[in-house]
Design a binder for this molecule. Structure first.
Ligand code: ATR
Length: 270
């Protein structure tokens, strides 16, 4: 039986084992998928022990996506753009291939919710690794404009600069936000600490969507704020399921169906 795992620190809370077990059952694939807490200072060692024991691939989460990128012998274009790897694949030749399915996960989830980005004004909040990982796929949907707003304005500026060749994109601090947006995506970790970024009123255009890359049993403070201002609120549960489905496809060449797994995961939160 082929072995897979998610590596993180911490990792006990990870829903990935549940999701991949459901995918394996649904597609009739014989595999195991466990959660492995790597030491904060030795991701490479933990991965190598797993691979030596027959591990065929892995998902990588906080704080190891950069290390997984460095460890990969070959990386995909989208992983290079993200400078992060969330999916490791041991090739037939034994070589380690690194990919990143976070951005496609977000793009697929937006599509699932009927949120198109083509011609739209999009605001992205945050300028850390999570945001860097999704900008290229978002720009690929041909929005009219992407604005990145971050607590530390210089980081938003730098990200906009890095992706400027791929479309119209600018960055700045929260105080520099101007006008109304069709889609507002919270990719900052502010939700984790229950903090609300200082966003201006009048942020949402008509029929706007607010998307939080985080999720939980209750809507995040950002989604509650957005709902109170008339926006359609979507949390990041579907993004998690979709990035997992893409990873599963990379490993097994079978694309799982995500609808039932979304519902199953939602039930585990209640
Ligand atoms: P991740 O991998 O989750 O992106 P990260 O690279 O540490 O983690 O980035 C965290 C992001 O959340 C950053 O954009 C950070 O803002 P700064 O660049 O100013 O640090 C943002 N963030 C974290 N806590 C926040 C808070 N309480 N309010 C607003 N932004 C916050």
């Amino acid at each position: 039986t082929d072995r897979y795992a998610v590596f993180g620190h911490p990792v006990a809370h990870s829903k990935s084992p549940l999701i991949h077990a459901a995918f394996a059952e649904q597609t009739g694939q014989a595999l195991t998928y466990t959660a492995i807490e790597a030491p904060a200072d030795d991701f490479a060692g933990a991965w190598q022990r797993f691979a030596a024991g027959g591990g065929r691939g892995a998902n990588v989460t906080v704080p190891f996506k950069g290390e997984a990128y460095a460890l990969s012998e070959t990386v995909s274009h989208r992983a290079r753009q993200a400078r992060a790897v969330n999916t490791l694949i041991v090739g037939g030749n034994g070589r380690l291939y690194g990919d990143n399915t976070d951005g496609i996960g977000l793009a697929r989830d937006l599509a699932y919710h009927g949120v198109g980005l083509k011609g739209k004004r999009v605001l992205v909040i945050g300028a850390g690794g999570a945001v860097r990982g999704v900008l290229a796929p978002l720009l690929g949907e041909a929005p009219r404009e992407i604005v990145i707003a971050n607590r530390t304005a210089a980081k938003a500026d730098a990200l906009a600069e890095a992706f400027g060749a791929a479309g119209r994109i600018s960055g700045g601090g929260f105080e520099a936000i101007r006008g109304a947006f069709d889609v507002v995506i919270n990719g900052s970790s502010a939700s984790l600490s229950g903090d609300m970024p200082p966003l201006p009123d009048g942020l949402f255009a008509e029929n706007a969507t607010a998307y939080d890359m985080m999720y939980g049993a209750e809507p995040t403070v950002f989604l509650r704020w957005a709902q109170a201002r008339g926006a359609h609120a979507v949390d990041g549960l579907g993004m998690l399921v979709e990035q997992a489905a893409e990873a599963f496809f990379l490993w097994r060449s079978v694309r799982p169906e995500t609808e039932a797994v979304r519902a199953m995961l939602r039930r585990t939160l209640a």
